[in-house]
Each structure stands twice: as structure tokens, then as C-alpha cells.
Design a protein around this ligand. Sequence first.
Ligand SMILES: CCCCCCCC(=O)CC(=O)SCCNC(=O)CCNC(=O)[C@H](O)C(C)(C)COP(=O)(O)OP(=O)(O)OC[C@H]1O[C@@H](n2cnc3c(N)ncnc32)[C@H](O)[C@@H]1OP(=O)(O)O
Ligand SMILES: NC(=O)C1=CN([C@@H]2O[C@H](COP(=O)(O)OP(=O)(O)OC[C@H]3O[C@@H](n4cnc5c(N)ncnc54)[C@H](O)[C@@H]3O)[C@@H](O)[C@H]2O)C=CC1
Length: 294
Amino acid sequence: MQSAIKNVTVIGGGLMGSGIAQVSAQAGQNVILVDLSSDVLAKSQKSIGANLGRVAKKVYKDKPQEGEKFVAESMARIKTSTDPAEAAKSADLVVEAIVENMNVKHKLFSQLDAVAPNHTIFASNTSSLSINEICSVVKRKDRFGGLHFFNPVPVMRLLEVVRGAETSDATYKTMMEWGKAVGKTCITCKDTPGFVVNRLLVPYICEAIRLYERGDASARDIDTAMKLGAGYPMGPLELADYVGLDTNKFILDGWHKKYPDQPLFNPIPLLDKLVAEGKLGVKAGEGFYKYDKK
Ligand SMILES: CCCCCCCC(=O)CC(=O)SCCNC(=O)CCNC(=O)[C@H](O)C(C)(C)COP(=O)(O)OP(=O)(O)OC[C@H]1O[C@@H](n2cnc3c(N)ncnc32)[C@H](O)[C@@H]1OP(=O)(O)O
Ligand SMILES: NC(=O)C1=CN([C@@H]2O[C@H](COP(=O)(O)OP(=O)(O)OC[C@H]3O[C@@H](n4cnc5c(N)ncnc54)[C@H](O)[C@@H]3O)[C@@H](O)[C@H]2O)C=CC1
């Protein structure tokens, strides 16, 4: 699948941004990966190299030399920068994957809107914020939408393409084509809380935490139940630890504030307690389970 997009600027070089940069470069796009921290960028490049190696091992199983060439060429397509404005100047598409905070996203997009070429499409990878609210600060509302990837980006095959109230047909079509070009199956979402996946996943995980909090079953049994009884690759509490309990809480709190009458979004005392104790899941070494710290 051809895409009109050739130059992609990915802003935020953390977990999601590095994955988005990887799949874009793998698909032959020129990428600039931006973060405020050059340490983060160095770490991202390292993890992208390792993950490309995993892909190469699989795709070029019997042709190690071609595998090495694939890794080297993909890596060469990724430049890095600590200057978002400068990096947006050559972009056909900007994908934002910075911290999940409306004010910070507003600040970034208004800065980019002033310098990016007219044709440049802006997209946010937000998992829980409204696309219409994020794009309220830019003039190019017709060239703005959501491109919501899933973690781990190189492995998860879905891309949610979110149409805001003013996203044009042309922008939507370009985003869908680009998603296909980077190897994803795209679905179309409206700008509703959590789009499709997180609107279902967040209440599901929260109900699992409430079930455990009530003492109805052990954490292990809840996870085993959903893996063996419903065919999920991870149980809900394992997934909560994997995503990060702070992220779970952040999303829940934001939605509770916005939709106080929706009981599914009510706060969960056990989740609040674990986060207050710093038990944030895999990244902290402990959440519902204990992990070796990386
Ligand atoms: C309240 C909730 C709030 C959520 C809100 C925030 C989040 C969001 O906005 C949206 C999200 O992302 S939600 C999370 C979505 N992700 C999931 O549900 C992951 C579920 N887990 C899995 O699929 C597998 O356990 C998983 C794929 C992770 C690991 O699979 P395995 O256990 O089988 O482990 P492996 O054998 O190591 O890996 C399987 C294959 O994948 C390859 N691989 C893994 N990581 C990779 C990476 N980073 N890059 C490239 N390849 C990678 C690995 O090589 C292996 O390949 P094969 O050898 O061919 O099988
Ligand atoms: N973690 C997950 O499973 C998923 C997260 N998302 C969304 O993706 C976005 C990023 O999430 P993660 O990658 O998990 O976060 P992360 O914390 O791993 O990475 C964010 C990066 O953005 C950088 N950053 C912050 N402000 C910046 C700015 N103004 N300019 C340039 N860089 C800046 C930080 O230095 C950090 O490296 C969030 O909106 C999140 O909701 C979406 C799908 C899944």
C-alpha cells in the first residue's frame, strides 16, 4: 500500500514513540524522532535496534545478511532531534506521543502549528484525551486526527484512526493509507472517551481490580481465568501491571472527573493505594505482582 506520507516526525521518544518510529522506518519512511532528552533518544535508538533485530531474525530467518541490511537501512532512516519545531518543518505527518497531559500537548501543538508546512498533518497518539480538545489550539483542524497505536507497537496489529469533528475526508483517507503502509489494520473511531479499545479495556481492567479488592478471587486465578477461559494473551491484572498502574489511575481519574455519573469510572481505593505506595507495575518492580527490576 502506497502512502502520500514520506517524512514522519514522531514527537516523544518513550515507549510508544520509539515503537512508532520503528514501524515507520521499517516501512521505508524517513523518520525524525524527537524528545526533550537526548538520553531518552539514545535509549530509544538502542531498543529500536534490538527490536529490529528480532524482526529480522523472523523475516530473514535463512538470510542473515539480508537481515543485517534490513536493520541497518531501517536504522539509517531514523534521525533524532531535541527540537520539535525544527523537526516539524520537513514533516508530511507529525505523530505526537508525549506525556498524557492536555496542557503540555496544547503547548507543543501550538508551537508546531506556527512552523510546520501547510500540508503537514498532525496526529496524537493519546490514549484517553479528546482529539477535539487537543486540536482546539491549532488552525489546521481539518488536518488533525488521532492515530492510536498499541503497546508493544511493533507487535500489536491494530491502529485506531480517530476522526475529530473537523478532520477532513482527505486527512482521514491519508491517515488510513499511512496506517496500512506501516503494516497496521486500521479501524475508524469517533472522538469518544477511549475510542474503541480503551473504552472496553479500561472498565474491564477496573472490574478485575474491584473483583480482587472484594476478595472474590486471587490475582493469579483472575488472570488464569481470563487467559484460559477467554483466550486473552495476558490476564487483566498482568495487563494493568504491564501498562502501569499510574496510567490506569490517570485515565480513570480523568474520565471520572469528566463523567461523574458513570459508575464504571468511579475511583478504586486499592488502585489509589498501590499507586500511592509507588507500586506502579512492571516498571516499578511491583504492582499486583513482583518483577525483577530491569
Ligand atoms: C486501564 C488500561 C489502560 C490502558 C491504556 C493505555 C494503553 C493504551 O492506550 C492502549 C494499549 O496499548 S493497551 C495494551 C495493549 N497490549 C496488550 O493487550 C498486550 C497483551 N499481551 C500480548 O499481546 C503479549 O503478551 C505480548 C505480545 C506483549 C508478549 O507476547 P509473549 O508473551 O508471547 O512474548 P514474546 O514471546 O516475547 O513475544 C511474542 C512475539 O512478539 C515479538 N516481540 C515482542 N516484543 C517485540 C517488540 N517490541 N518488537 C518486535 N517484536 C517483538 C517476539 O519476538 C515474539 O515473536 P515470535 O517469536 O514471532 O513469536
Ligand atoms: N504506554 C502505553 O501503553 C500507551 C500510551 N499511549 C499514549 O502515548 C503517549 C506517550 O506514552 P508513552 O510512550 O507511554 O510515554 P513515555 O513516558 O514512555 O514517553 C513520553 C516521552 O515524551 C517526552 N516528552 C514529554 N514532553 C515532550 C515535549 N514537549 N516534546 C518532546 N518530547 C516530550 C518525554 O521525555 C518522554 O520520553 C501518551 O499520550 C499515552 O497516553 C497510547 C497507547 C499506549
